[in-house]
Design a protein around this ligand. Structure first.
Ligand code: PLP
Length: 462
């Protein structure tokens, strides 16, 4: 190594030490403090950002260096730096650390995060490193095992895009049954993938048991935790290796843009012989495959996302309580066939969900002073009378928006069979148990009495 480059590397050690101290301090905080501050410390504000109390948006595409030695050290990733905004960016960095800390909250291992331009980009970034052809084994088949209860875009990605590349997806129709997962795994399986609670059927599975099954085969469990958010469930704590988020959805409330994130524990379990990938998966994809593929998040979107995440815990508490009241109303309504909401005792997977879904830090919350279950804002219900009746109910909504979105501060409803899960066809919807009279409802922060009144008058048209 050139002497000048080595000098920069030595100088960077102090900065790395400072970052490590900030991380250690943040690991001691409660969830809300992490969500509000992340690693944007007082020193970070004063010494680097002119005292700005909110993380600045750095829109510049690239970073300038003092001399060629610093440039070389930076582009070889020998010093902490951001180089070029497709690789990294200071605004994105603050969001990534907040999300890594929140998904790793209460865990004694380390976590890292790679933010992406969308939830789909997060999913593709998380799965593709496992689906590579291995040297000397290029002709071997490649498969992965996934719950069929996934977001429609995920279903398409797996069933169409991955199949185009010769990768086989093996669906698990009842993810709560461990033996269905086990029966699909063979020596060519690269990972297990599940979503919970799933969009739109609210499917659930035993994370710890599925993670243990994966690990017994030397492969990781990847979980889409979009609907739960770390305020209600942290899959890494229960043994999952990687969590993916559509940060477009429940992590944010305002609905100002598309974003995604991959958060991984350090190290992960994998049978892919790639040490940097095993040791720090999120940083690996950030600095190598995603540098080359380009699914990065824009700095402005990163700060908009970080801004909403600050109030995540109280928001998820409020939305969960609103959703529970709405679910209870729907459950008793004569025009409703059935309601899927993990918080309803009548829901078949309620006991399983109750084991996993807790409002983080409720025991330190002066309103509760004890652990409380919370089940999120998403529910679905089937309307008696079939598809046309469901359409009449949807069309009758006056306050609740008809749109394909969820996690918003405003309530939003859709019929998945004709929208989010339309592309996967009738066969695919049967596999995922999505009937055409099912309405998905993402409950917002309006007063629940007004939501119930809107649903009541719409259901009168069924
Ligand atoms: C919307 C969604 C995605 C995809 O996210 P985008 O940000 O729209 O790309 C993935 N998973 C779940 C559960 C979703 O609801």
């Amino acid at each position: 190594m050139r002497e000048g480059v080595a000098n920069y590397v030595a100088k960077a050690e102090e900065e790395l030490r400072q970052r490590r101290l900030a991380w250690q301090e943040a690991k001691q905080w409660k969830f809300d403090t992490v969500a509000v501050h992340g690693l944007y410390t007082v020193a970070e504000a004063i010494e680097r950002n002119q005292g700005a109390i909110i993380e600045p948006v750095y829109l510049a595409t690239s970073q300038a260096y003092r001399d060629s030695d610093e440039l070389e050290a930076a582009l070889a990733y020998l010093i902490p730096t951001w180089c070029y905004a497709r690789i990294a960016n200071p605004s994105v960095y603050y969001l990534e650390w907040t999300l890594a800390l929140l998904e790793g909250y209460g865990c004694d291992f380390e976590t890292a995060c790679c933010a992406t331009s969308s939830g789909m980009a997060a999913i593709v970034s998380a799965i593709e490193p496992f689906l590579v052809r291995l040297p000397g084994r290029e002709l071997e088949p490649v498969n992965f095992v996934a719950s069929a209860h996934v977001y429609g875009g995920t279903f398409q990605q797996f069933a169409v895009r991955q199949r185009e590349k010769g990768v086989e997806v093996r669906w698990v129709q009842h993810p709560e049954r461990l033996e269905e997962w086990a029966a699909q795994i063979d020596q060519h399986t690269r990972f297990l993938y599940g979503e919970l609670p799933s969009n739109p059927t609210l499917a659930f599975f035993d994370i710890a048991a599925v993670a243990e099954l994966a690990h017994s085969h030397g492969i990781p469990l990847i979980v889409d935790s979009t609907v739960a958010t770390p305020a209600l469930l942290r899959p890494l704590q229960h043994g999952a290796d990687i969590v993916v988020h559509s940060a477009t959805k429940s992590l944010t409330a305002s609905g100002f843009g598309i974003a995604g994130a991959v958060i991984a524990r350090k190290p992960i379990v994998t049978n892919i012989p790639n040490d940097p990938m095993r040791e720090d998966f999120a940083s690996y994809i950030k600095f190598l495959p995603n540098r080359d593929n380009g699914p990065n998040l824009s700095p402005l979107q990163a700060i908009l996302t970080a801004s909403d995440v600050r109030t995540l815990r109280v928001r998820m508490d409020m939305l969960s309580e609103n959703a529970r009241l709405v679910a209870e109303f729907l459950q008793d309504h004569p025009k409703v066939e059935r309601v899927s909401y993990p918080g309803l005792p009548s829901y078949p997977l309620h006991a399983l969900a109750r084991r996993y879904m807790w409002l983080v830090d409720a025991e330190y919350d002066h309103r509760y002073r004890e652990k409380v279950n919370r089940y999120g804002h998403l529910l679905s219900f089937c309307v008696k009378g079939g598809h046309e009746a469901a359409r009449r109910v949807l069309d009758g909504l006056r306050r609740i928006f008809r749109a394909t979105d969820l996690g918003r501060i405003k309530s939003v409803a859709t019929i998945p069979a004709i929208s989010t899960h339309q592309q996967q066809g009738e066969e695919g919807r049967k596999l995922a148990s999505i009937p055409d009279n099912l309405i998905r409802l993402s409950v917002g922060a309006e007063h629940p009495d007004d939501l119930i009144a809107d649903l009541d008058q719409a259901l009168a048209r069924a």
